[in-house]
Write a protein of this length. Structure first.
Length: 729
């Protein structure tokens, strides 16, 4: 089916209207003090990022007032971050999607037309059935990021399609999860099982906690520092975390494996490792000892630019506090294409320090066992879809988003239908726009479920407007962590416009597809009430308290000298990985020097800012006010060389000639002279995101040189270089 033309999101609402809602930022002139009216308090779980802090929504006289942390929630410690307190902006956003939209062709020109829910769902169900009858039931894929994705995943599995990926794997945490699984038999998980509250020494490698405002983690790091923990930060940028550090190691970008090998060299050769732990729990120590011998601090100095005495001093500091030393595993780990090996080196360093399963290192997570609502069993897949879609990554435990898109291109493509839930693919997966267009041209069905008119909606056949997290029930929060808890998200407001919750859309589709038996309830609150009653609570109780704590059933740390079998092939912590060797990969982390920048170019480093969660929040009016645009950090040496003035606008041009939108220069010594830094999530092109469209620059559009990690399939994005172009006024 060759029929798609990417629809730029301009004017597709037509007469449907985008008038500012009456509740939108209506001002505060001569009003009584907030809270003196009729106040209602409703529990929720924040969805502005994926940390999932429990909160209470306060409305006054039926209008939004404020959102505050739930004091019973150990995960958020009763506080929200800046973004979470701005959650009402998502509800109030005048630009949010308002009704189902369908692609129509008008005189050869494609546009979106508002349609009823019944029409939108009928068309989706018909096309799914048509794909099934022509190609089989197992040819529809899903790419998702966010809570409501689980409902669509279940629907597609009941239909017979299991092809599923979260961009949070191949574009973020994938290398970390696979590296720890290869070493310890299990990943770090989310929330991270780091026991920073009890750490005496914390090492952050490119992990900018404090700008990455994962709330509970920031609070715990602050507590640890107040308790006197030593902080070592490795970052070419003087980040917020670096500014709080006892040791800041401004490493040459791309040389982290060299530093990690040198640290292990010192710890092994000076006999500083945890001998008992290594002997009892690990396999492959001798191979590791031999492997690190050439990589002493003097060798590492030439690669990293870090002085040998600084490398030795920090290695000894880590060993001094072990096992209460945490070498943080990081979170966004897709950097240079050797990312699984880099994070494996981090995992191995932690093993030498004996910190996995120990107080102050990594604790053992636990969640609540809640039964599944009774339905017929989901039919087992007839074949392993990963062998067809991503066979070159046999060790990858999860779907790889860019491979699924690739598998949707062409007449004989494996993937024939695609659901996209809550993930703005063009700004999430580097260098994907062209492939996405080709895939959209080949696919028989593209459904996008979104709250806002993000760029990805332009590829859809049908756009389904989901109501925001403040207007719906979702599955219970049951994340594995220190204290098992359940938390409830429930509607604080009725859905605005003609938006609906994801569970409602799925239930309607299931009935059209004769799959209603998998969703045998009328309202999702029935599922929640049933599940809660199985664990001694109820929906009524959770509507009052929002968060319920449960006792732990297992120990949080290893017992002294405990015998332990790890879920690896050997039952030990694998310093030498036979699994990697058997699949043709280096069983030990190997250092490859990074590519050099072309003359006059600077390595592009990106990260988060405290006011936003990627591009998901830049059009949120409350958060936009806090940070309306991003800036590019440029060292004074580079600024002088290119005659750049602080505060002026420039454009960035990458090594392949791709030019960004204009972006303001921030001249600062906080970035290394050979690199630039910008916050991700700006530079939207969707004209329907009226606050943020065209404001700031999009880093993802400059990432043409993508280094795919051969082990995890993660897209390494830090191999791009930019120079500066003047903006003509
Ligand atoms: Fe919400 Fe902030 Fe918690 Fe994320 S860290 S869930 S944005 S309060």
């Amino acid at each position: 089916m060759k029929r798609r033309e990417f629809i730029k999101l301009s004017g597709f609402w037509g007469a449907a209207g985008v008038a500012a809602p009456s509740v939108f930022l209506s001002g505060c002139a001569s009003k009584p003090l907030p809270g003196s009216g009729d106040v209602t308090i409703t529990p929720t779980v924040c969805d502005i990022c994926f940390w999932k802090c429990a909160a209470h929504v306060h409305t006054e006289n039926g209008r939004p007032w404020k959102i505050v942390g739930n004091v019973n929630d150990p995960h958020s410690e009763g506080r929200l971050c800046t973004r979470g307190t701005g959650g009402n902006g998502a509800y109030l956003d005048r630009d949010r999607l308002k009704e189902p939209l369908m692609r129509v062709s008008d005189g050869g020109k494609a546009r979106f037309e508002p349609v009823s829910w019944a029409k939108a769902l009928d068309v989706i169900a018909e096309r799914m059935q048509s794909i099934a009858s022509k190609h089989g039931n197992d040819r529809i894929a899903m790419l998702a990021h966010g809570s409501g994705g689980v409902h669509f995943e279940r629907l597609l599995q009941a239909f017979g399609s299991h092809i599923y990926a979260h961009p949070s794997y191949a574009q973020c945490r994938g290398p970390r999860e696979i590296a720890f699984a290869l070493t310890y038999g299990e990943g770090v998980g989310s929330p991270d099982r780091t026991d920073m509250a009890n750490s005496k020494c914390i090492v952050l490698i490119g992990s900018h906690i404090g700008e990455n405002l994962h709330n509970g983690q920031v609070q715990i790091l602050t507590k640890a520092l107040n308790n006197g923990a030593s902080l070592i930060t490795v970052d070419p940028r003087f980040s917020v975390a670096a500014s709080k550090s006892e040791h800041w190691l401004p490493i040459r970008p791309g040389t982290d494996i060299a530093l990690l090998l040198a640290w292990m060299n010192v710890i092994i050769n000076e006999g500083l490792y945890d001998h008992g732990y290594v002997e009892r729990y690990t396999t492959g120590f001798e191979q590791l000892r031999d492997h690190v011998q050439p990589f002493n601090p003097e060798w590492a100095y030439l690669e990293t630019g870090l002085k040998p005495e600084q490398i030795r001093k920090t290695a000894r500091l880590m060993a001094l506090h072990a096992p209460a030393t945490l070498v943080h595993p990081g979170r966004h780990t897709t950097w240079y294409g050797d990312d699984t090996q880099r994070v494996r080196a981090i995992a191995m360093l932690n093993a030498l320090l004996g910190s996995w399963g120990r107080e102050g290192g990594f604790y053992i997570q636990e969640n609540v066992t809640i039964p599944e609502y009774e339905t017929p069993p989901i039919p087992k897949p007839k074949h392993d879809w990963k062998k067809k879609v991503q066979s070159q990554f046999p060790l990858a435990p999860s779907g790889i988003s860019q491979e699924i898109i690739e598998a949707a291109i062409g007449d004989d493509a494996q993937v024939k239908g695609l659901f996209v839930y809550g993930t703005n693919l063009p700004m999430t997966i580097p260098n994907i726009s062209e492939k996405l267009k080709q895939a959209a041209d080949s696919l028989d069905l593209v459904v996008v479920v979104e709250t806002q008119p993000a760029e990805v909606t332009g590829y859809a056949d049908i756009i389904l407007p989901e109501c925001t997290y403040l207007e719906r029930y979702d599955a219970l929060r049951n994340a594995p962590e220190r204290i098992p808890t359940l938390a409830l998200r429930m509607p604080a407001y009725k859905p605005r416009y003609d938006s609906k919750p994801g569970w409602w859309m799925v239930k309607q589709l299931a009935e059209r597809l004769d799959l209603g038996a998998y969703f045998p309830w009328n309202d999702y609150s029935e599922v929640l009430d049933w599940q809660l009653k199985q664990v001694g609570s109820s929906l009524e109780e959770m509507q009052r308290i929002g968060v319920k704590r449960f006792p732990r059933k297992t120990a949080m740390y290893f017992k002294p000298n405990e015998k332990r079998k790890f879920p690896t092939p050997s039952g030990k912590i694998e310093l030498y990985s036979k699994m990697l060797a058997g699949n043709g990969f280096d069983p030990m982390p190997r250092y490859t020097p990074p590519e050099e920048a072309p003359a006059g170019f600077y390595r592009l480093i990106y990260g988060r800012g405290a006011a936003h969660t990627f591009g998901r929040t830049t059009n949120n009016p409350l958060l936009f006010e806090l940070m309306p645009e991003n800036t590019v950090w440029v060292n004074p040496i580079a600024a002088a060389e290119h005659k750049l003035l602080n505060g002026s606008y420039i454009k960035l041009k990458n090594q392949d000639g791709v030019v960004s939108n204009k972006i303001r220069v921030r001249v600062t010594e906080r970035i290394a002279p050979n690199a630039v830094f910008m916050v991700h999530g700006f530079g939207h092109t969707s004209k329907k995101m009226r606050l943020t469209q065209g404001v700031g620059a999009d880093d993802a559009s400059l990432m043409i040189n993508v280094k795919v990690d051969p082990i995890s399939g993660g897209t390494g994005m830090r191999s791009n270089f930019v120079t500066f172009e003047k903006v003509l006024s």
